[in-house]
Ligand binder design. Structure first.
Ligand SMILES: C[S@@+](CC[C@H](N)C(=O)[O-])C[C@H]1O[C@@H](n2cnc3c(N)ncnc32)[C@H](O)[C@@H]1O
Length: 266
């Protein structure tokens, strides 16, 4: 069986991630929104399901679950994200916590989702073991990750452009970052004790009104932090010209394929 590769310095990865997501909580990009419904379907979420949304960010998947009549709790380790989720969805319970040490009892939930979170985590194998622990027998887990980096138009445009202007400090990437391999992702599920693992590609397309909206969506990410006005101007101009290639009927249509993986706790 395949386990996730291990990080050398899990604490450094978690600290860097917490910093990124605390910085972006108030202007979180809508790029993940279209994956919410397939994620809920794969996790079997419906009326009355007791569901945990792990790495909930500002709570968009949790809100979609609540709209189905599920009884949902959201959890994220970035305090600002949890604040933002509470502000946007005051009727849903959100709490601060680490996915690798879930602050919940054994067998507490029917379903658990991790939307675009597991590939950012320092200890993905431990996270899925925790998911297994808090699910009831027969409970379902589902997670989404991005497809391979070269297929992700918005990230290639933005992060490619930023990287050409600002060289980041080298840092250890989270173990599953950029990994879209079926054997690896279903193997990690199986290794954590899940059965009936599925793997599906979601051909998502992110629509935005303009290249400026694309630049603004990532403006508060720490990789642009500290850039001079001139550098920001150059980044914006390069993003706008690259994004123009994806304009149709006055809107951008940016292919952002994702992968949906699910499993069942026996
Ligand atoms: C890309 S956002 C996804 C948010 C939301 N699930 C969605 O689909 O839009 C990733 C989130 O994972 C959270 N995260 C990363 N590692 C985590 C961990 N170990 N425990 C809890 N949350 C974590 C981040 O704080 C961030 O809010």
């Amino acid at each position: 069986m395949t386990s996730a590769p291990r990080a050398n310095d899990p604490e450094a990865i978690s600290e860097a991630q917490r910093y990124i997501w605390n910085s972006t909580a108030a202007s979180y990009p809508s790029v993940t929104a279209k994956a919410g419904e397939p994620l809920l379907d794969a996790a079997g979420v419906g009326e009355g399901t007791l569901v945990l949304d792990v790495a909930c960010g500002p709570g968009l998947v949790a809100a979609a679950a609540a709209a189905r009549g599920a009884l949902v709790t959201g959890l994220d380790f970035a305090e600002e994200m949890v604040e933002e989720a509470r502000r946007q969805h005051p009727s849903i319970k959100f709490r601060v916590g680490d996915a690798a040490a879930l602050p919940f009892d054994d067998e507490a939930y029917d379903a658990l989702m991790i939307g675009f979170g597991i590939f950012l985590m320092a200890e993905p194998q431990k996270v899925l073991e925790e998911a297994n622990r808090v699910l009831k027998p027969g409970g379902r887990v589902a997670f989404t990750v991005w497809d391979t980096p070269e297929t992700l138009t918005a990230f290639s445009i933005v992060f490619g452009t930023v990287g050409a202007h600002i060289q980041p400090e080298p840092a250890e990437p989270p173990p599953l970052l950029g990994k879209a391999d079926e054997g690896l992702l279903t193997g990690v599920m199986t290794e954590a004790g899940f059965v009936d693992a599925t793997f599906e590609r979601l051909p998502l397309v992110w629509e935005l009104p303009s290249g400026d909206a694309l630049f603004e969506a990532f403006r508060s990410f720490p990789n642009m932090e500290g850039a001079s006005d001139d550098v920001l101007k150059a980044i914006r101009s390069d993003i706008l010209s690259k994004a123009a290639e994806y304009e149709r009927d006055g809107r951008l249509h940016l292919p952002m394929p994702a992968i949906l993986v699910s499993g069942v706790r026996p």
